[in-house]
Unconditional design. Structure first.
Length: 209
C-alpha cells in the first residue's frame, strides 16, 4: 500500500492525505529485470514514443488522464507473458514489434479495455470520458503507424537527437539514411561516441573516431 490518492480524489482534503492505493512496483521491477534485452528495448522505444509523440498526462490537472506509461507497461507485461519467445527473437525487428504492440494498445482503446496485469476484472480504461483527448483519436493515431513511419520517427526524433548530444557531424549523417548501410553507419557512430563518453574519454573531433 502506498499513500497516493487517486487523481479524482485529490481535490478532497482528507482523501488527498489519507487515501492509500495498491502498488505492485516490486513485482514489476522483478518482471522487467527478467525480460530479454529485446523486450526491454521495445519497452523503452514505446515509452519514448508515448512521451514525445502522444498525449500524456498533465500533472497539474487531477480530474483527467490520458495514455500513460503505465498503459505502455501493461501492454508489455501481457505481451511478454502471452507471446512465444519466437515472436520476439525470430526475424528480429524492433520496429515491427513496436508497431504490433502499438496496434494492440489501439485495439484496447477502441474496445475501452486495458486489463490490469495483477488484478482480475480491473479495467485501466474504466473512465474514458475523463480523458483530455478522445481514446478513438489516440487509437487512430496508433493504428496509423507503419514500420516505415515509425522508423522515420525514431530516426528523426530519437536517434538523431541522441547524435546531436555528441557531435553535429554525426547528426548530419542522418541527412541521408536512404540505405540500410548508411543508417547502420550513422547509428554506429552514435554508439561509438556514447561508449567513448561513458569511458570518460574526450573526443576532440569527428575524425578522431
Amino acid at each position: 500500500m502506498v499513500a497516493v490518492a487517486h487523481r479524482q480524489c485529490r481535490q478532497d482534503e482528507w482523501m488527498n492525505t489519507h487515501q492509500c492505493r495498491l502498488s505492485f512496483s516490486r513485482a514489476e521491477v522483478i518482471l522487467l529485470n527478467s525480460w530479454m534485452t529485446v523486450q526491454q528495448i521495445a519497452y523503452h522505444m514505446l515509452r519514448v514514443f508515448n512521451k514525445l509523440e502522444l498525449v500524456t498526462e498533465v500533472a497539474n490537472n487531477s480530474n483527467a488522464a490520458t495514455l500513460s506509461n503505465y498503459h505502455i507497461k501493461t501492454v508489455m507485461l501481457w505481451a511478454c507473458e502471452l507471446k512465444p519467445r519466437s515472436w520476439w527473437t525470430d526475424d528480429l525487428n524492433l520496429v515491427r514489434l513496436s508497431v504490433e504492440l502499438l496496434h494492440t494498445l489501439a485495439v484496447w482503446m477502441i474496445d475501452v479495455r486495458c486489463p490490469h496485469y495483477f488484478i482480475n476484472n480491473c479495467n485501466l480504461f474504466d473512465h474514458p470520458d475523463n480523458w483530455y483527448c478522445s481514446p478513438l483519436l489516440i487509437a487512430s493515431r496508433l493504428m496509423s503507424e507503419t514500420e516505415t513511419s515509425l522508423t522515420e520517427w525514431f530516426i528523426n526524433h530519437y536517434i538523431r537527437k541522441c547524435a546531436q548530444l555528441y557531435h553535429e557531424d554525426i547528426s548530419r549523417l542522418f541527412d541521408d539514411v536512404s540505405t540500410g548501410s548508411k543508417l547502420e553507419n550513422a547509428s554506429s557512430m552514435v554508439v561509438q561516441f556514447k561508449l567513448e563518453s561513458s569511458q570518460g574519454r574526450v573526443v576532440d573531433s569527428f575524425e578522431a573516431v
